[in-house]
Structures are given as C-alpha cells and as structure tokens.
Design a protein around this ligand. Structure first.
Ligand SMILES: [Zn+2]
Length: 96
C-alpha cells in the first residue's frame, strides 16, 4: 500500500502526471505567485497615490507663492552654485 504522500496520481492541465506532493506544491506556488501579484498591485496603487500627492503639493506651492506677500531672506546654507539662494520667511518657499 502507498503512503499518504504518494497516493493519488493525477494529471495537471498540461497533461503531466503529478502526485499529491506536487499538487500541494503547485497550489502553494500558485498562492505565493498570487501574493506577489497582490503586492505589486499594492505598490502600483501607492505610487499613484504618491504621484497625486506630489502634484497636489506643487499646485498648493504655486498657489501659496502667488498669494504670499514674501519677505525673502538669504539662505546661508545654500552652496555658491545653488540656483535658490533666498527663501521667504513667511511661506518658506524659495524665490524663483
Ligand atoms: Zn512667502
């Protein structure tokens, strides 16, 4: 008599003979691949959320820059070749 692990022999969808261990392994592989796919989908969703937030921030900064009565002060941490050397002490945006 066969052990429980060896028992049922089946054919998978490709016509290959597989035993119970392979069936179990095959379903584990399927589940892991599914989880990988779900995680990739989650990453894509998060990237879209990040991109939307970045666009929202840029729009808000543009609005803030137009609205503020700026008082620009020198940024002493700026390197000599930095294009932004002054920032507003009210809104904290750089002069451009
Ligand atoms: Zn300002």
């Amino acid at each position: 008599m066969e052990s429980q692990e060896e028992t049922i022999i089946r054919q998978n969808y490709d016509g290959n003979i597989i035993n119970n261990c392979e069936i179990k392994s095959s379903s584990e592989i399927y589940l892991i691949k599914q989880k990988i796919s779900e995680n990739y989908n989650e990453i894509t969703k998060c990237r879209k959320t990040i991109k939307k937030s970045q666009n929202d921030i840029e729009t808000l900064k543009d609005t803030l820059y137009e609205l503020c009565q700026h008082t620009f002060i020198r940024d002493f941490s700026a390197a000599p070749d930095d294009i932004y050397k002054y920032y507003c002490k009210k809104c904290h945006l750089y002069r451009h």
